[in-house]
Design a protein around this ligand. Structure first.
Ligand code: NAP
Ligand code: G4F
Length: 337
């Protein structure tokens, strides 16, 4: 029976990875940050019997004393390092926090593996944000990086730290370069969750207007439940390597909003330009407006990944298509509004 540690277990991917590893018979340990409500985040969606099989360690990845003690006291076969300040928008306002958690926290975990559990395999949650102002399309494992946010820069530091430790100390360290993946358990501030929730409320009678930023940003959006399977497969290889996980398709925020309103039978039409652009429903009601506070100082305009290496080596392929993903997210919100 294998033992895995998941940092960031209380987040979106933490939920899906926990579920997957428990199904595979792993003993699962997870790090959860202490908060005043003793909330365990998305772990609350894991059913009670399964959750009882998860050993929670309350702590913060920036606390090297805590991390070292954890690794000294417990042996892990696999370490999935998902913990991060993961919101790109916030990273512009809080770059120091973003670097402390995403670089400093990562350094604590990689050092603990190196010092105490060098036989363990380690996964790092790298990201398509590292491609930023893209140098080629679609993006592959060989595409040069050009991050456009403190978040992207922090993840690039983590990515190179993993590569360097792999080369310098012969450790089984892998980077998953994952493109956007969403789900019903996506964090509230990300655009897909924000849109799905607002559309569900509007369809049930709310008179609110959905306020968004850049409608024309394009992302390669897949389903998170499938991406954690890709993470696990990377860790089952005989040699450590880096892999892109993506759908190979891209859609704009505008298309996401259109698709979400179609799900509730309220097709929309756009009118106006730039900050004055609005979306109307068939009865002439304005349901979407632009709020410049949601624009980023430097934007990642278009991301589209080439997952062929993961398909070839890992036998992994994204299955859920864009419209189905939107439907899953909106239907989840309709059931909970
Ligand atoms: P998420 O929902 O934001 O989860 C992040 C997790 O990290 C949460 O459990 C959070 O705890 C934890 N965390 C944050 N700061 C911490 C700290 N100082 N100490 C300990 N734990 C801390 O993110 P996600 O969507 O699951 O993504 C998982 C990882 O993949 C992240 O590293 C993200 O940057 C990366 N990634 C995500 C995507 C995507 O599209 N989802 C794509 C590429 C890469 P709280 O619950 O207390 O906040
Ligand atoms: O949903 P987002 O905030 O996700 P973003 O910035 O792509 O980052 C996510 O994916 C990365 C992988 O590429 C991860 F590494 C990262 O951790 C995170 O999971 O924004 C998507 C796009 C952006 O272009 C943003 O400018 O949507 C645009 N957008 C337009 N209006 C908005 C809004 N984003 C947010 N959050 N809120 C808006 O109102």
């Amino acid at each position: 029976m294998k033992t895995a540690l998941i940092t960031g277990i209380s987040g979106q991917d933490g939920y899906f990875l926990t579920t997957l590893l428990l199904q595979k018979g792993y003993v699962v340990h997870g790090i959860v940050r202490r908060n005043s409500q003793a909330s365990i985040g998305t772990l609350r969606y894991v059913d009670d019997t399964d959750r009882a099989r998860v050993q929670i360690h309350w702590g913060d990845v920036t606390d090297h004393v805590f991390i070292e003690r954890l690794f000294r006291e417990h042996d892990f076969d696999e370490v999935y390092h998902l913990a991060a300040q993961s919101f790109v928008g916030l990273s512009f306002d809080n770059p120091k926090l973003t670097y402390d958690v995403n670089i400093g926290g990562t350094l604590n975990v990689v050092n603990a593996v190196k010092e105490f559990r060098p036989k363990a395999k380690m996964y790092f949650a790298a990201t398509s944000e590292m491609f930023g102002k893209v140098h080629e399309t679609p993006q592959t494992e060989e595409t040069p990086f050009h991050p456009r946010s403190p978040y992207g820069i922090s993840k690039l530091a983590g990515f190179w730290t993993m590569k360097n430790y792999r080369e310098a100390y012969n450790l089984f360290f892998v980077n998953g370069i994952l493109f956007n993946h969403e789900s019903e358990h996506r964090g509230e501030e990300f655009v897909t969750k924000k849109v799905s929730k607002a559309v569900a409320r509007i369809s049930k009678g709310s008179d609110e207007v959905l306020m968004v930023g850049n409608l024309d940003a394009k992302r390669d959006w897949g389903y998170a439940g499938e991406y954690v399977e890709g993470m696990w497969r990377m860790m089952q290889q005989t040699e450590p390597d880096d892999y892109v996980l993506a759908t190979g398709t891209t859609h704009s925020v505008r298309e996401f909003i259109e698709s979400a309103f179609r799900c509730v039978n309220m097709p929309i039409t756009w009118s106006g330009n730039n900050l004055e652009e609005v979306a109307f429903t068939a009865d002439g009601r304005v349901v979407v407006r632009i709020d410049p506070t949601f624009f980023r100082p430097s934007e990642v305009d278009v991301l589209i990944g080439d997952p062929s290496k993961a398909e070839r080596v890992l036998g992994w392929k994204a299955r859920m298509r864009f419209d189905e993903l939107v439907r899953v997210m909106v239907e989840h919100e309709l059931a909970t509004v």
